[in-house]
Design a protein around this ligand. Structure first.
Ligand code: NAD
Ligand code: 2ZO
Length: 514
């Protein structure tokens, strides 16, 4: 079935695709929704057209998916790490082979440019490849005890993990969550955002084609209610969540009822600091990378840009020139560098922040308006011209919360918050543009309370390094929270019981001193 969508992709153009395939997946196949009462339209952001209908899964369907995942888990957990690795490497290979078609589908559902979507898909297969490499290395410990006794630890999977994703990196988030989970021997039931339901099921089909047991990676569609069902289900051992801080808090609370492990990847409001000894060309490029990827809808974007006074005019001139030159339009065209925001409400929200900032004294240096591309099929798309604001201060609403839009707020560095500490639930990612004084950059990085610091770059997150501000994904840390230790203590002699009649040679100390 999924092949049928992907097969239509080579010639895909914006405004032409309608997805009618079922979007749930468990038991090794796409599953028709039980009822079609609560359909939710899913839009193509570039045209505002309905792309498909999302039908949320109810309690019975979630239960069925989880049981199917649990059956698959019983087989998968018995396989050696190397056996699992082989299957995962095959999945990575298939994604690599189909990267262009998957990227096109992602663009049509999400609105980001094809240039960016291709990077996302490449990061996705690299993630699976990386964790495949790790699968064979997971090992326990052997501990020698007195009298020939010994203990060993086994690193065992947790069981069925639930993945709950956001809409800004739909396929990549599904891979970031599933790859380490599967490498460790777990199964996963994944719920994508109701706004981007289309590509997670492609991943499910690819895993199946690569050879995972039927049910190992399941997809259930839905919004808050379906997510709640996953968080409450007694057979789910762990919830890995990506989304907003308010939802993350609810996920943590619900999961605590059945004592599930939780990983939270949340939103934030990160700053970008530009020192006067920076290399201006790189500082400007870094600021664009920090603000405008995925139309600014990135959790770690450096939207509050603090620039030292001496270089502020030059920086603003350059950043405005480059921002004005960003090509906005049909996200499937190769030359496009900025597509459409995810939804009409999101567009209105971002435009509202621009208006609010103006009222509070910010100066719009460019952009911040709805944008209507010349192509008539894009006239109802959710486009906005990327915006640079000057004169921003920390007490302005636009500098406070996460906006999730292409809105770069420039402040004089003297406006920098006295304390760099933010709420600990937020990923605070501080890039430091300090080309010449690299020792200062490290000194500042050391003293910031942040999950990730970028020095002389922004928004680069290779799979080999941990990413996040509260929970962490990727690198050599993620898999540890997807495994549990079992300690096995082995006696090689007779049992010394406390309840026997005292014998002269009985010792209960840890050393058997003969
Ligand atoms: N840290 C990261 O790696 C990262 C990556 C991408 C996005 N984000 C964050 O995600 C947010 C944007 O995504 P969003 O608007 O989809 O976030 P959201 O919190 O609205 O939704 C995230 C997911 O949670 C589900 N959900 C909603 N209510 C739920 C509930 N009560 N119980 C269980 N699940 C529920 C949604 O259906 C969706 O799948 C931003 O704040 C962004 O910063 C973080
Ligand atoms: C790949 N990026 C650009 C670091 C984004 C990760 C996901 C955050 O929204």
């Amino acid at each position: 079935m999924a092949q049928s969508i992907l097969d239509t992709m080579p010639g895909a153009s914006t405004g032409a695709l309608v997805v009618t395939d079922h979007l749930n997946f468990w038991g090794g196949k796409r599953v028709k929704p039980r009822q079609e009462k609560y359909l939710e339209p899913v839009f193509e952001p570039a045209t505002g057209r309905i792309l498909c209908q999302m039908v949320p899964c109810g309690a019975e369907e979630v239960d069925e998916a989880i049981k199917s995942a649990h059956d698959a888990y019983q087989k998968w957990r018995k396989m050696s790490g190397m056996e699992r690795a082989r299957v995962m490497l095959e999945a990575a290979r298939i994604i690599r082979e189909r990267r262009e078609n998957i990227a096109k589908l992602e663009v049509i559902n999400n609105g980001k440019s094809i240039t960016e979507a291709l990077v996302d898909i490449d990061v996705s297969w690299q993630t699976i490849e990386y964790y495949a490499g790790m699968a064979g290395t997971l090992a326990g410990q052997h501990v020698q005890l007195p009298g020939g006794a010994f203990a060993y630890t086994r690193r065992e999977p947790l069981g069925v993990c639930a993945g709950i994703g956001a809409w800004n990196y739909p396929f990549q988030i599904a891979c970031w969550k599933s790859a380490p989970a599967l490498a460790c021997g777990n199964a996963m039931v994944f719920k994508p955002s109701p706004m981007t339901p289309v590509t997670a099921v492609i991943l499910a089909e690819i895993y199946k084609e690569a050879g995972v047991p039927d049910g190992l990676f399941c997809v259930v569609q839905g919004g808050a209610e379906t997510g709640t069902l996953l968080c409450h289900h007694p057979m789910v051992a762990k919830v890995s969540f990506t989304g907003s801080v308010p939802t993350g808090k609810k996920v943590m609370e619900m999961s605590s009822k059945t004592v599930k492990q939780v990983t939270l990847e949340l939103g934030g409001k990160s700053p970008l600091i530009i020192f006067k000894d920076c290399e201006m060309e790189n500082a400007v490029k870094g600021a664009l990378m920090a603000n405008f990827l995925t139309q600014g809808q990135v959790c770690c974007n450096g939207t509050r840009v603090y620039v030292q006074r001496d270089i502020l005019p030059q920086f603003l001139e350059e950043v405005v020139k480059r921002t004005k030159a960003i090509r906005i339009g049909d996200p499937l065209l190769e030359g496009t560098r900025m597509g459409a925001l995810i939804s009409k409400p999101q567009l209105n929200k971002v435009l509202g922040y621009v208006e609010g900032a103006k009222k509070q004294g910010a100066r719009v240096l460019c952009g911040g308006d709805p944008y209507v591309p010349s192509d008539p099929k894009l006239k109802d798309g959710y486009f906005m011209s990327p915006c640079v604001l000057d004169n921003c201060r920390d007490d302005m609403t636009c500098c406070e919360g996460e906006i999730f839009g292409q809105l770069c707020q420039c402040c004089l560095s003297t406006q920098r918050r006295r304390s760099s500490r933010g709420p600990t639930t937020l990923p605070l990612d501080w890039p430091l543009e300090s080309y010449q004084d690299i020792s200062r950059a490290h000194r500042v990085a050391e003293n910031l309370e942040a999950g990730t610091c970028f020095i002389n770059n922004y928004n680069v997150s290779p799979v080999e390094v941990p990413f996040g501000g509260f929970g962490r994904e990727n690198g050599q840390v993620d898999h540890r929270v997807l495994l549990q230790l079992k300690t096995v203590v082995v006696e090689m002699g007779d049992v010394e019981s406390l309840f026997e009649v005292l014998l002269p040679s009985l010792h209960f100390c840890s050393h058997k001193c003969e």
